[in-house]
Write a new protein. Structure first.
Length: 497
């Protein structure tokens, strides 16, 4: 009788532990996390050029681009170096550990960046806050949603995650604009410290939001790493299941024997000399780099190069005088432009799921990449011409820059599409974090090169007056045409369809 009770109790115990399921509550928490960590990291953009100029790092306005590009390039190289180790940590010790580390790293970087006054210290603390910050966190949140989502909710979930990035961009310029130079604005900050470090307060406020997000992450984010929630110390269970790489569901293999009665005689299975393979336990090898995936990585790398180039160029271009091809905008105006861009791109992102369903993820990626890169390349000189004629406060200029921001919203579609495509390409849940890490590392190659290349060419255009000062726009337009043409050559494989 005792043996029977033990057997019945064992039947009630599942062979596999319950994995975390998709829930909109988790999406909301990741939404808050992404908005905070990205917004905190990017709040330095409205004032970084003025900071470089005011502390004497750059001798004049025409030299600022080189130094701001140098800071961001070195920081991006650090991100490139940390993404793959971070993906290994996410697999080995859990996704939650990485999320918490990114918030701690971002807060530490911001605390000391705000009081730095030399180029080495600005580079060092920007590297800490950026390498252990938004990019690694973005990779991990993508992996978490890949762990729990399926084709029925993947498009909406990833577009919501992308929208949270824009929400962070909306509020970070407000922090930078309202809290910068506190001595001249608020009577509580009249000490010499705030005069010497006018950008410490917005950086510290951003660090405080990261601490709040850390508490939310610890309390509300479940662990989804298969190595923790679904550990497989041996391969016995893997032999009984086959894996569907698209749905990420585990289904029984009909070719394997089924035991109908525990009292029945044991069925003998013929021995074989063929080695037993365990798909989910394999490491991510060379075989995953099919021609299809290589083409995807090439296209996404070019796309990220253009995205980071536009992103790094905008505040410097807006800071540059109108006579030199920019807008001659103040810190507050630059912050307002960045916030308006975030609002416009957030609104554009709302119908993403509809367009993905109607067009398919590959066609949507090609169309949006074409619109985004070409409009981005030609928008800068056209806006400069309008600013020269009417000024940046005119109605015509503001309508034009809003239209430019709306077209730039197609960049969100590109990012979301490539995330979905890479997630579909993951062979198993155990390989997802590694594949996402490899894809992010490849993307970071483009992102690393973009600031120093684009900003240096912009500075060269101003100083040398090559092609009438338009060599930067010729370069960006050429890159846009190449990226657009290549995106239309991409086709889904059978497993992606």
């Amino acid at each position: 009788m005792e043996a029977t009770r033990r057997a019945e109790a064992g039947e009630d115990t599942p062979l596999l532990p319950a994995r975390p399921r998709f829930s909109w509550g988790l999406v909301v928490v990741l939404f808050i996390y992404t908005a905070i960590v990205n917004g905190a990291s990017e709040l330095v953009w409205p004032f970084i050029n003025q900071l470089i100029l005011s502390v004497g790092i750059a001798p004049d306005e025409k030299s600022v681009g080189f130094y701001s590009g140098l800071i961001e390039t070195i920081a991006s190289l650090c991100v490139f170096a940390i993404v793959m180790p971070g993906s290994y940590v996410a697999d080995r010790w859990g996704r939650k550990v990485v999320l918490c580390s990114t918030l701690i790293g971002t807060s530490i970087g911001l605390i000391f960046f705000g009081v730095s006054r030399t180029l080495p210290s600005l580079i060092f603390f920007r590297c800490i806050g950026y390498a252990l910050g938004p990019q690694l966190g973005w990779t991990t949140t993508i992996t978490i949603l890949g762990d729990v989502s399926d084709p029925s909710n993947r498009g909406i979930a990833f577009s919501a995650l992308n929208a949270s990035y824009r929400i962070g961009q909306l509020f970070s310029p407000i922090f930078a604009s309202v809290l910068a130079h506190p001595k001249t604005r608020y009577r509580w900050f009249q000490s010499e410290f705030w005069e010497r470090h006018p950008y410490a307060l917005p950086c510290w406020a951003g660090a405080a939001t990261c601490i709040i997000a850390l508490y939310i992450t610890v309390c509300c984010v479940p662990e989804t790493a298969p190595s923790i929630v679904d550990p497989k110390p041996d391969g016995s269970l893997e032999e009984a299941f086959t894996h569907n790489s698209y749905t990420k569901d585990v289904v029984p293999d009909p070719n394997l024997p089924h035991i109908d009665d525990e009292t029945a005689p044991t069925r003998m299975i013929p021995a074989t000399m063929e080695p037993v393979t365990h798909t989910a336990s394999k490491g991510l090898g060379v075989g995953v780099f099919t021609p299809h995936i290589i083409q995807l990585l090439i296209s996404s790398s070019i796309m990220y190069f253009m995205t980071m180039g536009f992103f790094a160029l905008f505040p410097l271009w807006a800071f540059t005088p109108i006579s030199s091809g920019g807008l001659g905008a103040s810190e507050i105006a630059i912050g307002s432009f960045i916030s308006a861009r975030a609002i416009a791109q957030f609104v554009v992102l709302i119908p993403f799921a509809y367009f993905e369903t109607r067009l398919g993820v590959y066609r949507l990626y090609a169309y949006s990449l074409t619109i985004y890169t070409i409009s981005g390349a030609i928008g800068f000189p056209l806006l400069n011409a309008l600013a020269e004629q009417d000024g940046i406060t005119s109605i015509r200029f503001n309508m034009a820059i809003v239209l430019y921001f709306i077209l730039g919203g197609a960049g969100n579609y590109c990012t979301t599409c490539i995330i979905i495509i890479i997630n579909q390409a993951a062979p198993t849940p155990h390989d997802l974090a590694q594949l996402v890490g490899i894809s992010q590392s490849v993307l970071m190659l483009g992102q690393c090169m973009a600031p120093i290349i684009v900003l240096s060419i912009f500075q060269l255009s101003i100083r040398s007056d090559l092609l009438g000062g338009n060599i930067i726009w010729v370069f960006l337009t050429s890159c846009a045409l190449i990226a657009s043409a290549h995106s239309f050559t991409l086709r889904p494989t059978t497993s992606d369809e």
